[in-house]
Design a protein around this ligand. Structure first.
Ligand SMILES: CC(C)(COP(=O)(O)OP(=O)(O)OC[C@H]1O[C@@H](n2cnc3c(N)ncnc32)[C@H](O)[C@@H]1OP(=O)(O)O)[C@@H](O)C(=O)NCCC(=O)NCCS
Length: 205
């Protein structure tokens, strides 16, 4: 029988009630913000430049679709955390870039995508959907480089507020966002229902 997951802010008044009722914390996550006035263009440009040692850092185009889907398929099992930071596999539709869904990547030989970051844009707000680097390219600055490239491009296009987040145990994405200038402003917990709750709920249907 599948148990329910619920994501609440760590300062949510319901948290202690849920824990008293048997819900258990199974994951922690955070959200962070960077505002245009705080972007250090020089520092971000340096991160992009470093990433260029390992590939061409640029905006994703329609011709990259197959390569981006292949990278996503190869890395689906690599996202730590619970429901709050779950990554939904890309589809041909969600991998397609548009003015409100921008993508930036690092491309190696034969235009192979070795890292991508996708960002959903709503007016002057941008929220990172996910960032991923091919396993053999991790820890080389490529993830930070594609995220930095996305911030710089969106900044030029008038975005003023950048938001992102991650699982508490994901040290790499945390360090990456801090180096980009993001500031943590929300903490979240993912709770798992006690075994009986879903059974009761289903029995009532
Ligand atoms: C998270 C991820 C995108 C980071 O990309 P990356 O290219 O490996 O990271 P970088 O090399 O740019 O390093 C970024 C920072 O994390 C640190 N770091 C890298 N790997 C680390 C690790 N395994 N543990 C702890 N810190 C790590 C680096 O030292 C660097 O810190 P600094 O800026 O203070 O020097 C990559 O590891 C990945 O694809 N993970 C699987 C998918 C995922 O979890 N995505 C994030 C959620 S959307």
């Amino acid at each position: 029988m599948q148990r329910e997951q619920m994501v609440v802010r760590s300062d949510d008044a319901r948290l202690s009630e849920l824990e008293a009722a048997g819900w258990v914390v199974v994951a922690r996550s955070w959200a962070a913000q960077l505002t245009a006035s705080r972007v250090d263009v020089h520092a971000l440009s340096t991160l992009v430049q470093r990433g260029r040692r390992h590939g061409d850092i640029r905006e994703i185009g329609d011709a990259d679709l197959a390569s981006v889907l292949a990278l996503d398929a190869a890395t689906l099992a690599d996202y730590p955390g619970g429901a709050a930071t779950q990554h939904n596999p890309l589809t041909r539709s969600s991998a397609r870039v548009t003015p409100v869904r921008r993508g930036f990547g690092a491309f190696g030989d034969s235009a192979r995508a070795v890292a991508v970051t996708f960002v959903d844009v709503d007016g002057n707000h941008a929220e990172t959907d996910f960032t991923v680097v091919a396993a053999e390219f991790r820890g080389l600055g490529v993830g930070s480089a594609v995220k930095a490239a996305s911030v710089l491009a969106l900044l030029r296009d008038g975005v003023e507020v950048f938001r992102t987040g991650g699982a508490a145990e994901n040290s790499a994405i945390f360090a990456s966002n801090i180096s980009l200038g993001y500031e943590i402003d929300e903490d979240w917990v993912t709770l798992l229902s006690p075994p009986g709750v879903v059974e009761t709920t289903q029995a009532q249907r």
